[in-house]
Design a protein around this ligand. Structure first.
Ligand code: SF4
Length: 442
């Protein structure tokens, strides 16, 4: 439908105008202006990093509204009900989900990450912060009366809203982005920056990264009071909205860009979570911690415990995790379900919900096909083996403030192991036999 009356509006006003018609996915002014770090926002939740908002804007697509009219009935209601009960018990028995995320949201991670020295600050030039307590989930919960703001039908509800003001509480990504990364302890300005990103349809991690890199470039601290005008500039199409890699390349300072394949890293320091570092480097999406959330096993001990400071054996586990994540994504499960779900549960759910018989092994094979298709797409788009790496800064080991910098040789060995497990050659190119085995013709 024509969208002239919506064009030029930010997300809040656009969603308000459409919400009576159904569930709304829309872009803000940033997407309209094809800002490369712009996102879709779906019913107040950011969806997707990597510039989906700009893709929509370039197609002149302002919003999509969906309203279902039929009742959702599982193929086997009894079996589905039993599984549902089992899943709720699994969630309940999992303290990360039932105690941490359900009570505090993702800000539950702040104290643990701080204790383990895993919060990168000042554009990853520093680790450790003096004010983690002030931005922790516990502190926020003690200071405000919160209510849940769940994705539809989620029993956990990790998103929170302040009851008195109706304001959405920033999740860990935004707390890190506008708090720790910029060394800003002012919760009010972080909340305001988070709200602005949601309204413009901007990726908070990428927006903060470009600001953090500019701050380092100019040796100038960004004050909390400056955030509003800086984010307005990004949202309205200033060059900083091209993202850290492109912006800093144009300035001749690409070494300050904390990205992988052009996508900025989130608030988990890979120097202390080595499987996650490998996951960042090999992800087809670049610096996306959700291609394989190795923070689960390496930091939270879910669904199994791994030594976070070792790369040994991680390549094999990582590719299974990536395959499973691709399956969970395709089934449209929340990424946090990986703390409790496995391929057996997914297989049983598919059978009872949709009468689809896919064994756990077949599901993982589908995940493997996805990983190989994405890899082949990336190779066609010009990415090469040299893009499977981390920002140079993370290899440095130059003193007290940056500990655990990666020994490059160890890292390169792990990359080669990963290729080996994937059935790719030494340049990370899927072998023809591997593609044939997966039934791929690409
Ligand atoms: S579906 Fe996931 S992201 Fe959404 S509220 Fe539930 S736990 Fe949070």
């Amino acid at each position: 439908m024509p969208a002239e009356r919506l064009w030029g509006k930010n997300v809040g006003a656009c969603a308000e105008a459409l919400k009576s018609k159904g569930s709304v996915a829309c872009i803000g002014r940033a997407g309209e202006k094809k800002v490369l770090i712009s996102s879709f926002v779906i019913d107040s939740v950011h969806s997707g990093r990597g510039g989906l908002g700009a893709v929509a804007g370039s197609k002149m697509l302002k919003a999509v509204v969906v309203k279902g009219e039929k009742e959702l009935l599982p193929a086997n209601p009894e079996g589905f009900g039993e599984l549902n009960t089992k899943i709720l018990k699994l969630f309940e028995a999992n303290p990360v989900l039932s105690k941490g995320l359900a009570n505090y949201g993702t800000s539950a991670l702040v104290k643990l990450l701080d204790y383990l020295d895993l919060i990168p600050c000042r554009n990853f030039s520093k680790r450790g912060t003096a004010f983690a307590d002030l931005l922790s989930g516990e502190y926020i919960k003690a200071g405000f009366e919160l209510e849940k703001e769940s994705c539809p039908v989620c029993p956990l509800g990790c998103k929170k809203r302040i009851k008195e003001t109706g304001q959405i509480v920033p999740d860990y990504d935004s707390l890190w982005a506008f708090g720790f990364n910029l060394e800003n302890s002012d919760f009010a300005s972080i909340s305001s920056a988070d709200r602005m990103c949601r309204d413009y349809g901007l990726d908070p991690i990428s927006a903060s990264s470009v600001l953090g890199a500019c701050s380092e470039l100019r040796s100038r601290v960004i004050e909390s009071g400056e955030l509003e005008s800086l984010l307005t500039g990004i949202g309205e199409g200033e060059k900083t909205g091209n993202g850290t890699s492109r912006y800093l390349s144009a300035m001749g300072k690409v070494e300050l860009s904390m990205d992988v394949k052009g996508l900025e890293l989130g608030g988990f320091d890979p120097r202390g979570i080595k499987g996650q570092a490998l996951a960042y480097a090999t992800s087809c999406h670049g610096g996306d911690y959700l291609t394989a959330f190795m923070i689960g096993p390496e930091v939270l001990g879910k669904p199994l415990i791994l030594d976070r400071l070792s790369l040994k054996g991680k390549a094999g586990i990582l590719q299974v995790f990536e395959n499973l994540t691709a399956v969970l994504d395709s089934l449209v499960f929340c990424p946090f379900s990986i703390f409790a779900f496995n391929e057996e549960l997914c297989s049983a759910l598919l059978t009872t919900a949709a009468d689809m018989e896919l064994s756990p092994a077949e599901l993982l094979r589908i995940g493997e096909r996805i990983a190989n298709m994405e890899r082949t797409y990336n190779l066609g788009a010009g990415f090469t083996r040299k893009d499977d790496t981390l920002p140079e800064r993370l290899f440095e080991n130059n003193g007290e403030s940056i500990r655990f910098g990666f020994p490059r040789e160890e890292f390169e060995t792990a990359i080669q192991e990963y290729y080996h497990y994937r059935g790719w050659d030494a340049d990370g190119i899927p072998a023809p036999e591997k593609l044939k085995e997966l039934g791929l013709n690409c």
